[in-house]
Design a binder for this molecule. Structure first.
Ligand code: NAD
Length: 261
């Protein structure tokens, strides 16, 4: 029995991961903006700091694994690019930096970050914003989105997931992580039927874009199937898996980029 922390635990894929971990008799510390062991608003620096400290206290400084599923999808709104940036990028990297020692303490911890196939299939994601995020500069990233007008939230979403995937791959091979036995990987889902996708499908512009995306397997993914992959990536099967971004998207990425390998 291990101790795991799951962010975005109250809904969708995070909730499906929590169900599976608890069914396997693991201890799970849940983190969400509501309805969780640790209630924290990950869109603020104070909320992120609180989440780091409360989880460390609840876990007695030892974590067998972490799943970072909290995230916001693109939606209209002036403050949306900022919220996406804070939750999807800083709400992952600041938490993991804060939990590193606790993950190292168990010697074989596994971490799974929710990226997205948007990172490889969405056109025109501004590289300048990705670089800014990796530099820790949210303001510079937000400036790059302004040029995109009403598409700014979509670009903020894509850039947050590209930066996150790169951050995962860089940290995964950093000696302070990999030599401590931490196995840091990401999962990149395609369109999966969760409340996040339901909200996007209820927004006409977003719905058109989503429905026009090719999904060779047909339809939308099931959150439980994605959670099954996450559970595998938390198991000893991932001992030799370092910095991988596992795409589970019904074939969308392969459709766009079959030869990009
Ligand atoms: P969801 O909306 O069902 O769950 C996301 C969770 O994040 C919610 O419980 C929500 O309360 C939490 N959250 C949002 N803002 C927060 C904040 N400020 N502080 C704390 N918690 C906050 O979404 P989901 O579809 O299960 O998404 C899980 C992850 O998968 C996200 O990172 C998302 O970007 C990613 N993803 C989803 C899809 C999809 O089609 N559903 C596709 C690719 C990637």
């Amino acid at each position: 029995m291990g101790t795991y922390v799951v962010t975005g635990s109250a809904s969708g894929m995070g909730a499906a991961v929590v169900d599976r971990l608890r069914a396997a008799h693991h201890r799970v510390i849940t983190v969400d903006i509501d309805d969780a062991d640790v209630v924290a608003d990950l869109s603020t620096a104070a909320g992120r700091r609180g989440a780091v400290e409360k989880v460390l206290a609840a876990a007695d400084g030892r974590l067998d694994g972490a799943v970072l599923a909290a995230g916001l999808g693109p939606a209209p709104g002036r403050d949306r690019p900022s919220l996406i940036t804070q939750v999807n990028y800083f709400g992952v990297v600041e938490l993991l930096e804060g939990w590193r020692d606790a993950l190292a303490a168990t010697g074989a911890a596994k971490v799974v970050v929710f990226a997205s196939n948007s990172a490889t299939t969405m056109p025109m994601i501004p590289g300048r914003a990705v670089t800014a995020l990796l530099d820790g500069d949210a303001e510079r990233a937000l400036k790059a989105y302004r040029l995109f007008g009403k598409n700014a939230p979509t670009m903020a979403y894509g850039a947050s997931k590209v930066a996150l995937s790169r951050w995962v791959r860089r940290r995964a091979v950093d000696p302070s992580w990999v030599d401590a036995g931490i196995r840091l990987n990401a999962i990149a889902p395609g369109a999966v039927m969760t409340p996040l996708l339901e909200r996007q499908l209820a927004t006409p512009g977003e719905a058109r874009a989503i429905r026009s995306f090719p999904v060779p397997a047909g339809g939308f993914g099931d959150p439980g199937l994605l959670a099954d992959w996450v559970i595998h990536m938390l198991s000893p099967a991932a001992d030799f898996m370092v910095g991988s971004v596992v795409v589970v998207d019904g074939g969308t990425d392969a459709w766009f980029r079959a030869d990009d390998w």
